[in-house]
Every structure is written in structure tokens, then in C-alpha cells.
Ligand binder design. Structure first.
Ligand SMILES: Nc1nc2c(ncn2[C@@H]2O[C@H](COP(=O)(O)OP(=O)(O)OP(=O)(O)O)[C@@H](O)[C@H]2O)c(=O)[nH]1
Ligand SMILES: [Mg+2]
Length: 218
């Protein structure tokens, strides 16, 4: 019989899940909804939030929400939303390619959840890793800009499988690109047949009212 010490390493995802459970409990207690916006760097996530912050749904302006901004470095995105007087905190991962539930939990608890009923997390720009981490959110939203190519839903299926909606951004660029829109819609359907796909432009406002209505009603 040996006396070797046995080291046990706890599953990091398991630890994340414990924090996600705490987030769900805070959201439930306070009656707050939380959405987690995920997509590649530069796909237009912050621009969507800027548009909604400025225009609401048309009928309901402004739409009240707070944002937890995830980034590897800098407070640039938070500054953009701060200008619009959207309550925002910046979550800097210092190199990490996704947000984890522990950091989100603390930032969430620092918000005035008696007044804010919708919290939007803009995850770190990345089409892969953020989808793997449960943040206790009510919905993940997959954002794909048409400059990335129509094949991304099948090449990076996890996010599209997990998402409750897909937002196809920069649709104003369609005349200038060789982007196969019907093929893209078919690929989304192959991965997750049940989600709505919103075709939008933060530049022209096309499709934004429909998306905003869905978004605030999650
Ligand atoms: N043509 C066009 N460009 C857009 C649109 N939305 C955003 N952009 C541009 O795309 C670039 C990136 O936009 P952001 O909103 O910063 O993208 P992001 O996904 O928040 O970027 P990260 O947070 O760095 O991952 C900027 O130059 C925007 O002006 C759009 O609807 N149409
Ligand atoms: Mg951004």
C-alpha cells in the first residue's frame, strides 16, 4: 500500500456552473432578465447596443437596459455606451477569450437591480469559446456579420445551437459582397431550426425595430 498523495483538480467548467447557478438565483429573485451577446471580433455587437440605446423600438424610446461589457483589454466599448448614458460596467479578462460566470456575478450584483430589468452581456469577441460558458443568462444571441461568410453557422455550430436568436449584421453591405444569404439561412436552420434570424444594419436601421422588440421581450 503506497502513501502517495493524490491531487484532485476540480473541473473548471464545474466551478463556472456554480457561479452560473448563483447568477440565475439573483436574476430570479430580482425579476431581471439577462441576455448574452456573442460573436466574432468586430461583428457589430456594440453597434447593435448603441442603436438600441439611441432609437429604442421606435414606439418605446429609450429602452432601459444595463450592459456588462466583456473585453480582453481597454474600456473602449463601455465608453461608447457611456456617452449614450446607458449604465455600463467594463469586464476586462486580461487575455481571456471569454467571460466567466464568477466575474459576471460580481458585476451583476453591483448594478441597481431594483431599477434595471434587462441586463445585456456583450461577451468577448469570439465565435467559439464564449458559447461554452454558461453565464446563467436567459438567452444567448449569436451575432454574425455578413462579411464573415455564409458558412460560419456550420463551421462553428455550438453558438448557433445554443442561441435563442441569430442576428445577421451589416446587411447594408449585401450589394458589395459575394455573400450567399439563402445558403446562410439554410445553414442556421441545419444547426438550429427553431431560432429566428434577424437581418439588420446598425447603419441604416434596417430590421432593427423587429430585432429590438424581440430583444426586450426575451
Ligand atoms: N457597414 C456596416 N458596418 C457596421 C455595422 N455595424 C457595425 N459596423 C462596423 O463594424 C465595426 C465593428 O463594430 P463594433 O460594433 O465595434 O463591433 P463589435 O462586435 O462590438 O467588436 P468587438 O467588441 O471588438 O468584438 C465598426 O467599424 C462599425 O462601424 C453595420 O450595420 N453596417
Ligand atoms: Mg464591442
Amino acid at each position: 500500500m503506497s502513501n502517495l498523495e493524490i491531487k484532485v483538480y476540480k473541473n473548471l467548467m464545474g466551478a463556472n456552473e456554480e457561479w452560473a447557478v448563483k447568477i440565475r438565483s439573483v436574476l430570479k429573485e430580482k425579476g431581471v432578465r439577462m441576455v448574452n451577446i456573442i460573436g466574432s471580433p468586430g461583428c457589430g455587437k456594440t453597434s447593435l447596443l448603441e442603436y438600441i440605446g439611441k432609437h429604442g423600438t421606435g414606439e418605446k424610446t429609450p429602452v432601459p437596459f444595463a450592459v456588462l461589457e466583456g473585453d480582453v483589454e481597454t474600456t473602449k466599448d463601455a465608453e461608447r455606451l457611456n456617452v449614450l448614458k446607458i449604465p455600463v460596467s467594463q469586464l476586462i479578462t486580461s487575455g481571456g477569450c471569454h467571460l466567466e460566470a464568477k466575474m459576471v456575478y460580481h458585476a451583476l450584483c453591483d448594478l441597481d437591480l431594483d431599477r434595471i430589468k434587462l441586463v445585456v452581456v456583450e461577451n468577448v469577441g469570439n465565435l467559439v469559446c464564449p458559447a461554452e460558458f454558461d453565464l446563467g443568462e436567459d438567452a444567448k444571441i449569436a451575432v454574425l456579420s455578413i462579411t464573415e461568410g455564409e458558412d460560419k453557422p456550420v463551421k462553428y455550430p455550438m453558438l448557433f445551437r445554443e442561441a435563442k436568436a441569430c442576428v445577421l449584421t451589416k446587411i447594408d453591405l449585401l450589394p458589395h459582397l459575394k455573400f450567399d444569404l439563402p445558403a446562410c439561412l439554410e445553414y442556421v436552420k441545419q444547426v438550429n431550426g427553431s431560432i429566428p434570424v434577424f437581418q439588420v444594419s446598425s447603419y441604416t436601421g434596417e430590421g432593427m425595430d423587429d430585432f429590438t422588440r424581440w430583444f426586450i421581450g426575451v
